[in-house]
Design a protein around this ligand. Structure first.
Ligand SMILES: NC(=O)C1=CN([C@@H]2O[C@H](COP(=O)(O)OP(=O)(O)OC[C@H]3O[C@@H](n4cnc5c(N)ncnc54)[C@H](OP(=O)(O)O)[C@@H]3O)[C@@H](O)[C@H]2O)[C@H](O)CC1
Ligand code: K
Length: 504
């Protein structure tokens, strides 16, 4: 699904209004109804509600929400912040329509700030997508005060003060919402970990913005839903044999980290690979043969570290390399040999990334292969250097993707896939239970397994990342976030694939 910028969202509003022949206040009514519907499901009418309204249409939404909640018997108060002379037309219309029974206060300066009852709910309608500069002055005072209180804050469309699609300047105050309810589509800002503290838990409510407009709009930013990836899954042919589903090679594991090879191998097999060979240090031979009997194991001549490539490289159609390898000199030179001689698609993770990061010579070899990198943020930093903020990191990622004609799976809360064409796809599955050793190894195996089956590199990344997160989400039911291990994730991969196959 596409992500729209603030400017594109404004155009979508205008287009919808024209297409449907409705007024802007009608669209505002629709948006506020959608928000109020979510709010009613979440908070019972016993809660007192304070709606803080800014001067624009976000504030206008707040006024309609206050009216609607009042009609549903919530005890609502409205606090209009700032200068109402400058308020938007739809704000003014809805201020007129606010029932007399709803108390209204005006906060013009710091002196007008009010204390809130302990249990009251706050609705933040100060600013939405129309924010065009950092929030300062009386608005900032209100935001700072609300952030200090323990009251639950639900933001309309955006946490006020946060820019929708670019870095918010440091001097601006930003609401720290518990919930953000976004209209029609999420915003790019929601997918960046630096914003977690402001956005809180986000939900999207539909408000009927023009599908035609959205499908015509050009963007390089997407978020991945089940519908986006389900159709990528290829059904198995009736006259199947293992040769059709590829032969993957995993170069993984080192002394004390043979488990990384086991996890990657299990991920690869569960992703449906036809044949799998794992080359591992000889100390890992028995472990691998026992733990993953479906995989063929090649024992490296070195007992503890990867030190050689298999003899017959041509029979493999993809190589996954990195998990558990370590960065010993012999392993570095083996990676060098791999990059210099192989023309396979490569899925490069963990220590293989670290090894490449430390050598300009190795980086120079990269352009020979089709490549997928799967770094976590620290590995990514080693590869391309430190970025100032999450937006810059994404920009740096795309530059890297273009320079090396490669894909980067930047792992995190919302794993971001960067493509050589300059697109970014934010994943929507997964949970904090995955923040545990070995889950990345599983992902490397899964993506390698999909490439082996002739999925394009982009499809393999999108599917792999989505299913990996979905498997972890399914594991939540049985093991929860705290106890989740990488093995739980791989154990739930079959269920995740079955679930995705049901999506039409
Ligand atoms: N997109 C939809 O589907 C719908 C969205 N709606 C809601 O509308 C807002 C966007 O409304 P908009 O009026 O464009 O913008 P805001 O309400 O966010 O704020 C704009 C006003 O605030 C002033 N401004 C901007 N930045 C600051 C600041 N840092 N400090 C003070 N004032 C600021 C600006 O005026 P200026 O002339 O001073 O620049 C505007 O007055 C969207 O988020 C939704 O909530 C609709 O309801 C319909 C559907
Ligand atoms: K808001």
């Amino acid at each position: 699904m596409k992500l729209l910028t603030a400017a594109q969202t404004r155009e979508a509003d205008a287009f919808t209004i024209q297409e449907e022949g409705i007024s802007s206040t009608e669209l505002m009514e629709r948006a506020a109804k959608a928000f109020a519907g979510w709010f009613e499901n979440k908070f019972p009418p016993s809660e007192e509600v304070f709606v803080f309204c800014g001067p624009g249409n976000n504030g206008g939404d707040g006024l309609v929400v206050a009216r609607l909640l009042h009609q549903r018997h919530y005890k609502v108060q409205v606090l209009v912040v700032g200068d109402t002379q400058k308020a938007s037309a739809d704000f003014k219309v809805n201020l007129e329509q606010l029932p007399k029974e709803v108390p209204q206060n005006h906060i013009k300066s710091e002196a007008d700030l009010v204390r809130l009852p302990e249990k009251a709910c706050v609705i933040d309608a100060l600013f939405g997508t129309g924010l065009n500069r950092p929030v300062t002055g009386v608005y900032a005072k209100v935001i700072e005060q609300l952030n200090q209180y323990d009251n639950t804050i639900t933001s309309i469309d955006m946490p006020s003060g946060l820019y929708t699609d670019s870095q918010t300047p440091a001097e601006g105050a930003i609401i720290k919402a518990d919930y953000t309810i976004s209209f029609q589509l999420p915003k790019q800002a929601f997918f960046l970990s630096q914003h977690e503290v402001y956005v809180g838990e986000w939900h999207v409510v539909p408000i009927g913005l023009s599908e035609q407009f959205i499908s015509q709009t050009q963007t390089n930013l997407f978020f991945t839903t089940a519908k986006d990836v389900a159709h990528l899954l290829k059904p198995r042919k009736k006259f199947s044999h293992k040769g059709i589903y590829g032969h993957a090679l995993l170069l993984c594991g080192g002394f004390g980290k043979i488990g990384a090879a086991v996890l990657a191998a299990r991920g690869c097999l569960r992703a449906g690979v036809g044949l799998l060979t794992v080359q591992a240090p000889s100390a890992g031979y028995t472990v691998l043969q026992t733990a993953v009997p479906e995989a063929m194991t090649l024992a490296d001549k070195h007992r503890k570290h990867l030190s050689e490539l298999p003899q017959e490289m041509d029979k493999f159609n993809v190589i996954g390399v990195g998990p558990g390898l370590g960065t010993e000199r012999v392993t570095k030179s083996t990676i060098g040999q791999l990059l210099a001689t192989s023309s396979h698609p490569l899925v490069i993770d963990a220590d293989a990334i670290n090894i490449i990061s430390s050598s300009e010579k190795l980086k120079a070899q990269l352009k020979r292969n089709q490549l997928i990198f799967t770094p976590h943020p620290k590995e990514f930093e080693r590869l391309i250097g430190k970025s100032n903020n999450d937006y810059d990191r994404l920009k740096d990622m795309l530059e890297f993707c273009q320079e090396y004609d490669c894909y980067v799976v930047l792992k995190g809360n919302n794993t971001a896939l960067g493509t050589p064409d300059g697109e970014i796809y934010f994943n929507t599955t997964g949970n904090p239970g995955m923040a545990t050793g070995g889950t990345g190894d599983v992902l490397t195996g899964i993506i390698t397994g999909f490439v082996a089956q002739n999925y394009t590199l982009k499809e393999a990344c999108l599917l792999g990342v989505y299913l990996h997160g979905l498997a972890a989400d399914l594991a939540l039911n049985t093991v929860g976030e705290v106890s989740m291990t990488a093995s739980d994730v791989v154990d739930h991969l079959p269920q995740a694939i079955l679930q995705l196959q049901q999506v039409t």
